[in-house]
Design a protein around this ligand. Structure first.
Ligand code: 13P
Ligand code: SF4
Length: 392
């Protein structure tokens, strides 16, 4: 997220009590009625979610952004890459606002355009006429999304990753990977989502290589890259990376009836030990559909897990690890920042606009539209049946 800094808020916003801020945001929202939509990601604080017109995972919020017509502003309560996607997917004249410019995503920052172009050049040189389809997780910059759009690839979210990979493996023309007869996939920037999804589709770990962008040939032998079906970028989520296989072992001992459900950004070893793995939306749907008395250890961001616990007091819900995995950048969106951007809009000032340049927008649109067209279930691994845990 180069070159963007959050200016300090006028002191008045930190002086207001939470109750005052809520009243002021409510007033500003009422004044902007019909002109503004507020989108809130599942990992946001409860106080923010209260003001969201739509809450969802990144797939759902991209869909919501794309369907908005006749409004002037989208206030995106999430992180920078999500606001960029919303800017690409809304009409040109809609202004997308991120309440705190410091709300980035460390995973998205692990793949730069320069590194991606360098990787592509090395792949082309090593793999000759082999067809390579680039796929990027939505947690990436608009520049990377434009790169994959330009090179015949697509964006995926954790909700449709499996189906996007199926799509990629069916792309025509060019030489195939020997043995499989399928094109090679370059998967950016989350190695874990790529590995967990491909493995869940039946591809062995040996069909994948890890690409370290700081090393020549990604740190691999050239023949290994030529043979590989999947080239996985060496990126990860520092929040989901906090969940460890031993946390699953501890739950198994302490609460033998408890089911473990994890986000596919977790390490492969954690996913292998879990009962189920799937996107944020999949986790929400699974818990919502579960019978009273169900017990869940959930490996994802703590705000979502706490909200599920509050909304389902009839179930026992814990975070898989006691580390209370918190996305500190999502957490930067708070009531003072929301109040500040909203009151500026009421006064006719657009602050913290996220704007994608027109060339990037053109190609990122191609990749994001492919993402929206390919639906998914969000499931990466399910070791069902989950004895009596789901409603009839
Ligand atoms: P979702 O695609 O599940 O919304 O995840 C976004 C994200 O940042 C998870 O860490
Ligand atoms: Fe990025 Fe991880 Fe935070 Fe999601 S939870 S926004 S992947 S750092």
């Amino acid at each position: 997220m180069p070159g963007v800094w959050q200016q300090p808020l006028p002191g008045i916003y930190s002086e207001h009590s939470e109750a005052e801020l809520r009243v002021r945001i409510g007033d500003a929202k009422a004044k902007l009625k019909g002109r503004l939509v507020i989108l809130g990601h599942h990992y946001q604080q409860d106080g923010i979610i209260e003001f969201a017109d739509f809450r969802g995972d990144s797939f759902e919020l991209s869909r919501r952004a794309a369907e908005q017509k006749g409004i002037e502003y989208v206030v995106f309560c999430g992180v920078h890459f999500m606001a960029e996607s919303a800017d690409v997917l809304t009409d040109e004249d809609v202004k997308v606002i991120l309440p705190d410019l410091g709300a980035g995503c460390s995973m998205a920052d692990m793949a730069s355009l320069d590194q991606t172009e360098e990787c592509w050049a090395q792949l082309e040189q090593a793999c000759g006429g082999q067809r390579v389809v680039p796929i990027t997780y939505v947690n990436s910059s608009a520049a990377i999304k434009a790169f994959v759009g330009k090179h015949g690839g697509a964006v995926c979210t954790s909700s449709n990753c499996r189906n996007v990979l199926e799509w990629a493996l069916q792309q025509g023309s060019g030489e195939r990977v020997q043995g499989s007869g399928k094109p090679k996939v370059l998967f950016l920037p989350d190695q874990h989502l790529g590995r967990n999804t491909a493995y869940g589709m039946g591809w062995p770990l040996e069909s994948m290589v890890l690409w370290d962008p700081t090393r020549q040939m990604g740190g691999n032998m050239e023949e290994e890259v030529v043979r590989a079906q999947f080239v996985l970028w060496k990126g990860h989520c520092s929040v989901h990376g906090l969940f460890r296989p031993e946390h699953v072992d501890e739950v198994r001992v302490k609460w033998p009836k408890m089911k473990v459900i994890v986000h596919p950004e977790c390490n492969w070893e954690v996913v292998q030990k879990a009962d189920m793995a799937g996107s944020t939306a999949y986790i929400v749907k699974t818990v919502e559909a579960a019978a009273a008395g169900s017990e869940w250890a959930i490996a994802t961001e703590v705000h979502l897990v706490n909200r599920l616990r509050q909304e389902h007091p009839e179930q026992k819900i814990i975070v898989l690890s006691e580390c209370q995995c918190l996305c500190t950048t999502m957490y930067r969106i708070d009531l003072p920042h929301l109040c500040w951007v909203m009151e500026n809009l009421v006064a006719g000032h657009v602050v913290n606009q996220i704007k994608v340049d027109s060339e990037t927008r053109k190609w990122a649109t191609v990749a994001l539209q492919r993402m929206l067209e390919i639906k998914g279930t969000g499931a990466v691994v399910t070791r069902e049946p989950v004895g009596g845990a789901t409603k009839g």
